[in-house]
Write a protein that binds this ligand. Sequence first.
Ligand code: ADP
Ligand code: ZN
Length: 672
Amino acid sequence: MNPSFYVVAVDSPLKEALTYLPPEDGRVFERGQSVRVPLGSRKAYGVVMRQTQEAPPAVKLKAILEREDERPTIPEPYMDWLEWLAQYYVFPAGMIMETVFPPLGKESTRTSRKSPVVKDYETRSEPPPLTEEQRNVLRQLKEAPDFNVHLLFGVTGSGKTEVYMHLLEEVLARGKQGLVLVPEISLTPQLIDRFSKRFPGQVAVLHSHLTAREKTTQWWNMVDGKRKILIGARSALFCPLPDLDLIVLDEEHEPSYKQDEQLKYHARDAAIMLAKRLNIPIVLGSATPSLESWNNVQTGKYQLHEMTQRVNARAMPAIEVVDLRELHRQRKDTPSSLPFWLSDRLHEELVQIFDKKEQAALFLNRRGVAQTAQCHACGYVAECPNCSVSLTVHATSHLVCHYCDYSERLTEMCPDCKESPLEPLGLGTERVEKDMATLFPDIRIARADRDEVQSRDQLEKLVEDVETRNIDLLVGTQMIAKGLDFPHLNLVGLVLADVGFHWPDFRASERSFQLLTQVSGRSGRQSAGKVVIQTYDPEHASIRHTLGADFQGFAKAELEERSGLFYPPFWRMAMLRIQSNSKERGERTADLLVQRAHVLQRSFAAYGDGIHVLGPAEAPLFKLRNKFRYQVMLKCDSPARLNAFCRQLLADDSWIETGTKVQVDIDPFQML
Ligand code: ADP
Ligand code: ZN
């Protein structure tokens, strides 16, 4: 019997899938097939979810127009997984389905010649003999081939990537495919090259900087099974691989795995749910695991594999802490000719490194010349007219907003009292670069931050310049903290480690610890390296535990604190974000939302207690790009109950005023 109706997830912001009649020619569809359907006065893509004999009452149904033959059927484990994503993150299924497919039609891949994205080597580079730790880990991993979440906790330089490659060898030997997810920023030519040399002609790459045609070609290479290993940023997870047998997710703690807009998914959590549906193993790698994952190790959900030694027993870098309070006290008595931000200790180390013709990096998580500019007469601080943040001084002549890019010229006199000029306050990478050029006129300096390095090409050029030793000193923001491996970089200086300590975010300490450890790990990849951390707060937990290379001690203390405050990973969190063109409407909406939440809370209490509703509060970044922002935080010890609560709370949005939006972010990362 032919089905009477089809339920189709349509590419539109509709909350639910729609029901359609079969097409006129009576063609029959299966779940996962793409179709074109009428939607209002336009045509839209959709994916068939299921057949049904029941039509929704009192709706005049339209018929499916045609099958979209070019789009392959989404295989079942992926369909089930996509539905889970829609449910869990409270996002329209049809819009998620759309992200599965490449931007262009398949014909575009025929005309493109050899893909320049991945270099095809002729011969395979042979793997080095494995270390004992690598062999042990591989043996343990082989013993658990079905769905298992493995956390590979290995210090920087312990050879985790080599372990991934060995696992992939076996995947290929079985004729299957592997997926390697890495943070966008570590998708450098260095990394891609390593995989392409080991697996000539087998690697495809997907990331956001490819052209539409390149993406389409890479996608089809994997979906047609021509290539076996897909390396990509988080979105590569959506490429429906016909023979997927292993997922590797490197640097699993990286916040960039969480998407902050549209579908606000976390690629690690999503990848685990996919592996579960495919019944395949997933390997998470990190030198500083997220506390979520670490907690899952403690409760036995994840299997832990440790690598504690750097390959070839290269020593971990020696770390030294400089107390800036002490330094400034001393300099009051005996003034120094050095820039105010540079301690004598770090200066000495720099002199030595440059004498030895080795490389150094200075790290500061703040761009620009100065944090902001202030009038010393009246205290005026230049602020962005669109956002509630102060403007940053750039190139000594401009004030720039780091959130919306607004800029204005730095005026000669304070625009407020007109009595005194605006003086730079604080420090940025641009200033560090300038001071270093004055101090060391002969060394070659490059700056790596978002002002200087805006494209992938520029980043790649920079990496090459450091590798070929065309650069002696790298000055940068967190951009240089990630995954880069430079053999002659033997000194890392953290100009001001405190920058992240006081973010209004319950993960502030965790992030600082990760960043300090990762940055330190850049030093001494081939010979003994040194790290100098400058700080006003040498007793901060992030610094103390970085010094002792003591991730476990840090995790224990931090988890205890989180547990006491009902924070993740113990309780789950959802953030409701209210955004409005008008302050009054935003505030009214936020108040109403909380009232509704309280009403719902009472009916939920019947099923057990524990939905906490906090707020409404002004977001830390209250005004952003001329929008007024409020937030309401929900906490619950059960993810299922929290999800049900959010769905019900947002089911009816007819009361929300125009120019105002309410969005939900499940397991939020971004707290600003
Ligand atoms: P991680 O991913 O843990 O930071 P990598 O896999 O990048 O570590 O390894 C660090 C360095 O050591 C790389 O240059 C890599 O080529 C090298 N390496 C890895 N395993 C071995 C080994 N068994 N023998 C020799 N060198 C190795
Ligand atoms: Zn702004």
